[in-house]
Design a protein. Sequence first.
Length: 334
Amino acid sequence: MNEISDTPVLEIKGLSVLLPDGADREFAIEEVSFSIGRSEIVCIVGESGSGKSVTAFTVMGLIPKKDLVPVAGEILLHGEDLLSKSDRQMRRLRGKKMGMVFQSFALLPHKTVLENIAFPLQIKGVEDQESINKAMDMVKLVGLDGRENYFPRELSGGQQQRVGIARSLAVEPDIWFLDEPFSALDPLIRKEMQDEFLRLQGVLKKTIMFITHDFDEALRLADRIAIMKDGIIEQLDTPAKIVLNPATEYVRKFTEEVPREKVLKIEAVMDPVDDVKDLSDLKVSKNEIIENVAEKILTQEKSVAVIDENNKIVGTVHPSKIIHTVFGGRKNRE
């Protein structure tokens, strides 16, 4: 996980958005509250109509007020109230401080990769050569070297989405919004793009709101997950805590098919240190995914030391705990 600042970049406080008359419920989202710290990835997960995209689009100021009306709450970006902004002010703010990637690649077909990436910079008034130089940096960042002069029709779906990602990052946004960015891709390319996303985040440390209907994707990418249903956040927590302690029946249904060993880290199941003298010689990092070290731990008779980044023992895990986590949880879900 990323090292996350305690100072939030984005704060949403008691946000409620009214639906038009005749809708099946009164609010698109109701009393939604959460914050995103610097360098944190918060994934909002939910089924169609849950309010996840409405939340993101309201923050970005992209929903026509006549259709969906914010009636309560605050949206603060670096302490600046977004709901008080005019449409013109929000357009300027999006151009300077927000990066956006959508399911639809929305590339300009008559422009090359380089021109597509440079386009938002030129809209901001950046000089042509400076925008091209910056765009070329983005081409290299997302691994499209040698394809900068290709047109979108000459690229695969994954490559087109890389262009969309590069374009959104070219403006060096304070906060990055991604709305179902990989859902149109086939499973193999989707996995590759998730890997690429995590690589980019490791380099750039962006503050991110990521919208997805895919709980497995959220588990893989998020520092924290917000699960939404009917416009309300059912649970907001780390992936491990949501899997281990679902707060509602709806959340439990999201988690019941999750192979816990593929999601949970050792620190999620470790016990306190009682006696360092009565431990196996084996040591495992608290940040290891259980699946990656389960076989080694299960060969031990004694508890195994769990260490942090400084090689300090911060806990222990007994082989029986691994068996219970992997097989006990599975039994309970059957």
